[in-house]
Design a binder for this molecule. Structure first.
Ligand SMILES: [Zn+2]
Length: 141
């Protein structure tokens, strides 16, 4: 159920940043408690980066914040400040999509799981999150 890929569209609040992403209609999203995510309040699902496409001139409105290991690229819109997607530390080969920034109507189900970002290394191994950005590691549901 829900493993077939569908084209979702979405973006930031002011709509200067717009994108398309191929993902199932049913996704697992991660709610992370690290210092950055807990302030932003974002809940994201991860896709392989090749399934994500920025549209139009979105690029010129993006800016990037990094901290700590500087692996994660916390992109956000320069105009409205919304992080509609970013490159997560757990999946440098993937894109984390803020599920609430997907246009309404195409995501049928979002299962929210906790990611213990305060204990990042342990959670990384336990969660299996690194497989979320691998094309050949689709889960059965
Ligand atoms: Zn914006």
């Amino acid at each position: 159920m829900g493993s077939k890929l569908l084209l979702h569209s979405g973006g930031c609040h002011c709509r200067r940043v717009r994108w398309e992403v191929k993902a199932p209609t049913s996704v697992v999203a991660w709610k992370c408690n690290c210092s950055d995510c807990s302030m932003r309040g974002n809940i994201d699902f991860v896709v392989p980066s090749e399934r994500f496409k920025l549209l139009g001139d979105s690029d010129q409105y993006l800016t990037t914040y990094t901290f700590g290991t500087h692996t994660a690229k916390h992109t956000f819109c320069k105009v409205c400040g919304i992080t509609s997607f970013f490159i997560p530390r757990s999946n440098p080969d993937g894109i984390a999509i803020t599920y609430r920034c997907v246009d309404p109507g195409t995501l049928a189900h979002v299962e929210i799981k906790q990611y213990d970002g305060k204990n990042w290394e342990g959670s990384y191994h336990l969660s299996g999150i690194s497989s979320d950005s691998k094309v050949n590691a689709e889960k059965a549901n």
